[in-house]
Design a protein around this ligand. Structure first.
Ligand SMILES: NC(=O)c1ccc[n+]([C@@H]2O[C@H](COP(=O)([O-])OP(=O)(O)OC[C@H]3O[C@@H](n4cnc5c(N)ncnc54)[C@H](OP(=O)(O)O)[C@@H]3O)[C@@H](O)[C@H]2O)c1
Length: 384
């Protein structure tokens, strides 16, 4: 029996994780759940999974939980997720909070020396080298949950990293694949949230529409697998069946394929080194066509911005990530148009002199600077 903590349990990855746990009651047990604001869903999850610990940001919500579940230990406030991780005796922590809000709890998990099943890509983008160092120092392990990185992680098993020629990250292309730039300007939040193959949270759905998501994933792959940026490529694959490819020096390419269902990489991050049955996976390729095309860097400029920020390194990935988070929020709120997202990120990056963060506090300091910078740019561009 493995004890599991899920951070971001009320989100899309969180719900998928709980579904995996639901299907393996003799192998997996929930000991802790961490959320932001969704009290009603957390209450339903506590009733079903009976954890010992929960974390919720809002203190009024914490009081409501105390009243309904007197035996439950409830952490509240800014540090709730960190308190949850430090106090829960977990074998695996699934880090599925969205955005930089998840950073401190991700580091707290690394410091516990337990398995970190990492969905929160923003933590790796902003603080990759520091996070990997913390995982190593405390004897834990990091298993990627992002489907592309799970695919690469699987295709690397049993072979030497020195024999890898390149990594090919596949990308669905998002809801605006094939649209000319002239039509992108008028796309609304509603349009951007209609992802053709994946059902995900709002922020990552917009990142998929701008291709920023793929840019963040390139930086993530660079840190996780230690390859230089010139050996990491992107291939658009609208069917989302090939989740990524490792090419070795002998010309062999190892790919991992499955239907697009996040429960597959989540389950592997929980079951590893075992593989468990998953009756919901129906892989039947008869009559299907798989297509591959190059990414359109002229139309989707966020991808190029992310690659450049990754190559520059230092504080640039932190600025990229923070300014993008704010730009996406502003777009979702209808304050700025779709193409303003890339403009806000570009302006924030150009105002930053790259300097390498030495500590998590340095990362948070740059993050705060970038958020202030992005807010000022958004105020200039906002329609209200
Ligand atoms: N969805 C996918 O298929 C997918 C695939 C690969 C990677 N990822 C990555 O996984 C992460 C989660 O994505 P998602 O799609 O599951 O997002 P989501 O549906 O928006 O869920 C986000 C979760 O984070 C919680 N949260 C947000 N802000 C918080 C805060 N300040 N403090 C504590 N909790 C907070 C939310 O809680 P409340 O709702 O209760 O406020 C919710 O539980 C992201 O980093 C994303 O890039 C997602």
């Amino acid at each position: 029996m493995k004890d599991i903590v899920v951070l971001g349990s009320t989100g899309s990855i969180g719900a998928n994780t709980l579904d995996v746990v639901r299907r393996h009651p003799h192998r997996l047990r929930i000991v802790g759940l961490g959320t932001g604001r969704n009290l009603a869903l957390l209450q339903a999850q506590v009733r079903e999974f009976t954890p010992t610990f929960v974390a919720i940001r809002d203190t009024a919500s914490a009081r409501a939980l105390h009243l309904e579940f007197p035996g439950l230990t409830v952490f509240a406030g800014e540090s709730a997720a960190v308190d949850l991780v430090i106090n829960s005796p977990a074998d695996v922590v699934v880090a599925a909070t969205s955005g930089m809000a998840g950073l401190r709890a991700v580091f707290a998990t690394a410091e516990q020396g337990v398995r970190l099943a990492l969905a929160n890509k923003e933590a790796l983008v902003a603080a990759g080298p520091l996070l990997l160092k913390a995982v190593r120092r405390h004897g834990g392990e990091l298993v990627p949950v992002d489907s592309e990185h799970s695919a690469i992680w699987q295709a690397l098993r049993g072979w030497h990293a020195s024999d890898v020629k390149r990594l090919i990250l596949t990308a669905s292309g998002g809801p605006f694949l094939g649209k000319p730039r002239s039509l992108l300007a008028a796309q609304t939040a509603g349009d951007a949230l209609q992802h053709p193959t994946w059902r995900m949270g709002r922020k990552i759905s917009v990142d998929s529409a701008t291709l920023m998501n793929k840019g963040l994933e390139i930086i993530e792959a660079h840190h996780l697998f230690g390859l230089p940026y010139e050996h990491i490529e992107v291939l658009v694959h609208p069917e989302s069946i090939v989740h990524s490819i490792v090419e070795y020096v002998d010309g062999s390419q190892l790919a991992q394929c499955s239907r697009p269902d996040m429960r597959i990489p989540i389950q592997l991050a929980l079951s590893y080194p075992e593989r468990w049955p998953a009756e919901y996976v129906l892989n039947n390729w008869q009559g299907t066509t798989w297509s591959f095309l190059p990414p359109d860097l002229e139309t989707f400029r966020c991808l190029g911005l992310a690659i450049a920020a990754g190559r520059t390194g230092g504080s640039h990935p932190i600025v990229l990530n923070a300014s993008n988070e704010l730009a996406v929020d502003a777009f979702l709120a209808g304050r700025v148009p779709f193409l303003a997202i890339e403009a806000i990120v570009e302006e924030a990056l150009s105002a930053n002199l790259p300097s390498p963060p030495q500590t998590v506090l340095d990362v948070l300091e740059v993050d705060t600077w970038a958020r202030n910078q992005a807010q000022a740019i958004i105020r200039q561009k906002a329609v209200y």
